[in-house]
Design a protein around this ligand. Sequence first.
Ligand code: ZN
Ligand code: ZN
Length: 230
Amino acid sequence: MTEHAPPPPPPPAPRNEDTPALPDALRDAPMSQGMAVPYITLAHRDRSDRPAWGNVDPIRLREVLERALCQICGTPLGEQVILFILPSDFRQGLTVEPGLHPACAEYSARACPLLAGRMHRYHRHPAQRLTRCADPRCHCWGWVPPRPDPARDGAPTEAWYELRLPLSEYRVITVPGTDNRPAVTGIDLKTPRLMHRIRKIRDAAQPSQRERDPLAMLLVVGVLFAGTDQ
Ligand SMILES: [Zn+2]
Ligand SMILES: [Zn+2]
């Protein structure tokens, strides 16, 4: 895989002055580069050892969706759930990013380089983060590089939004695959009333992306319903 490749640059860590305080739920979380390693991030048995930032552990992802756990701390979601969503998620009617506790979301919005605006592009070669470790009991020997995603790898990020919803409206759905696209499982965004508690976390990296942002339109006109184009 990438044993002989040069080590990938670490994601830009928070500057000291804006290092966010750890919420209680993350007090025992593994740390790497000054950031808590999210529960669903693909990582070695020693989770603080060079986690594969930006790569999701498929087993943990399934567990988090099936048991309604927070994607950051891995404990059950509470009454209020936060989703981080993109304009493209809204168009698709679902987000593949599982929910978060409000406190874990607040932490992530400041610690995560993409959400906090310290990073403007997705990593060009996410597979480079799949390093091996020396622990014979670690499962990293079986890590499979992600399929190249030309629409995302190295692409400038869209705007990110935060959506707050009650746990009772947190629904995991699967959109069946087509000839050109595999089936995708994620959180339902089609329910119109979900859109009434949304706020922007960061702008798109490129101004041209803002013109194609249906969520910006929703915010601007203050429309409290969605799905009019479906
Ligand atoms: Zn390992
Ligand atoms: Zn949490």
